[in-house]
Design a protein around this ligand. Structure first.
Ligand code: PLP
Length: 423
């Protein structure tokens, strides 16, 4: 077949969009060239249902090698005792965990979606809210933070089988040790979903949930800077037997239950080309300069938050411990939808986001979420994100001024030339 220029032309346009703009979507990042290279290899051709050494197809000797390498590197990175690197995404990882460790109709307790939680933690539009019975904890109106006494109260009242900590738009540290105490008090399993801060945790800049939680899931493509995908890990609870029995009548270990919940429970053949890319990303994350990168992500987030606070922007909880911040725009009389659209017209990409106790719908919202992993991968430092804050403010204060937006866009495009991407 002739080269499909139609598709490659579209891909090229996307490359230019990524190069010329400022990427502030907190869940996005730029992988290394070798991570992308691995995804475009012959490994995509291989069927490998099962696990390394235990496959349902022949010819798996090399994908076995690469998957084993990915598992070993991931375990080392987080201090996990067991890991499965096959989940196709973060949502798939969470689906597998729930399928494995709880039963339909069981109660789960997660972080409120409208306070920054994720759909897979019990939203009624997601499998997790349809097959299980969810209740939620949230943040306090005054502090914008999770109050662990409230979490304990709700857990004791609801008696969930599974408690989930972790979020998509929460800028503060998680008290995993206290979550574990609460889980033990009510007889629940504890899942930490670190999809967002995984890179900062791997670098030792935030608390490590593997020391406390029964199970940890993550995406691999956000702060961790790998290919799109998910993972599941176990730390100290590796010996935990589960209700399910083996054919010999022995209780299955949690690791076996989770392996089975990924395949055949929720997925078919693993994406070995992506698993190879995960192995590369985990290898990169084990290098000393990954810590420096994550430190810069955190420093940039703090500098951006401070610059916006100085311009009278309301950051939920008053700042950030990680790579992101949630901004309530109600004092600026602009909706999240208007702000996102105006910023995108200036090639500054972010997403509208509900803020806690929002009075607007999820399609309009009162806020935006900003994150620094992607701009930090481009090479931005504190002084650069302070310049970004200037542009954001100019646009938000005048969202309909197309002349101004056009002028900022030209400045942004010129500025980004100093941060080359995939040359
Ligand atoms: N969990 C959390 C906390 C997330 O923020 C996300 C994605 O935004 C996911 C899970 C789902 O990840 P994916 O989009 O890879 O399915």
């Amino acid at each position: 077949m002739a080269r499909d220029t139609r598709v490659f032309d579209i891909i090229n346009k996307e490359l230019h969009r990524q190069r010329e703009g400022i990427e502030l979507i907190a869940s996005e990042n730029f992988t290394s060239a070798q991570v992308m290279e691995a995804m475009g290899t012959c490994l995509t051709n291989k069927y490998a249902e099962g696990l390394p050494g235990k496959r349902y197809y022949g010819g798996c000797q090399f994908v076995d090698e690469v998957e084993t390498l990915a598992i070993e590197r991931l375990k080392k990175l987080f201090g996990a005792v067991w890991a499965n690197v096959q989940p196709h995404s973060g949502a798939q990882a969470n689906a597998a965990v729930m399928l494995g460790v709880i039963k339909p109709g069981d109660k789960i307790l997660g972080f409120n979606l409208s306070h920054g939680g994720h759909l897979t933690h019990g939203s009624p539009v997601n499998f997790s809210g349809k097959f299980y019975v969810p209740s939620f904890y949230g943040v306090e109106k005054e502090t914008g933070r999770v109050d662990m006494n409230k979490v304990r109260e709700i857990a004791q009242r609801e008696k969930p089988k599974l408690i989930i900590c972790g979020a998509s738009a929460y800028s503060r540290e998680w008290e995993y040790a206290v979550f574990r105490q609460i889980a033990d008090e009510v007889g629940a399993l504890l899942l930490a979903d670190v999809a967002h801060p995984a890179g900062l945790i791997a670098a030792g800049l935030l608390n490590n949930p593997l020391k406390h939680c029964h199970i940890v899931t993550s995406t691999t493509h956000k702060t961790l800077r790998g290919p799109r995908g998910g993972v599941i890990m176990i730390g100290q609870d590796i010996e935990n037997p589960m209700g399910e029995k083996t054919p010999k009548g022995e209780l299955k270990l949690m690791s076996a239950v989770l392996d089975g919940a990924v395949f055949p429970g929720t997925q078919g053949g693993p994406l070995e080309h992506v698993i190879a890319a995960k192995a590369i990303a985990f290898g990169e994350a084990l290098e000393p300069d990954f810590r420096a990168y994550q430190q810069q992500v955190q420093n940039n987030a703090q500098a951006l938050a401070q610059a916006l606070i100085a311009k009278n922007y309301e950051i939920i909880s008053g700042g950030t411990d990680n790579h992101l911040m949630l901004i309530d725009l109600r004092n600026k009389n602009v909706s999240g939808k208007q702000a996102e659209a105006a910023l995108v017209r200036a090639d500054i990409t972010c997403n509208k986001n509900m803020v806690p106790f929002d009075d607007k719908s999820p399609f309009v919202t009162s806020g935006i979420r900003l994150g620094t992993p992607a701009v930090t991968s481009r090479g931005m430092k504190e002084k650069d994100v302070m310049q970004v804050a200037e542009w954001i403010d100019k646009i938000i204060m005048d969202v309909e001024n197309e002349t101004l937006i056009g002028k900022v866009k030209a400045e942004v495009n010129e500025y980004m030339k100093q941060f080359p991407l995939y040359e």
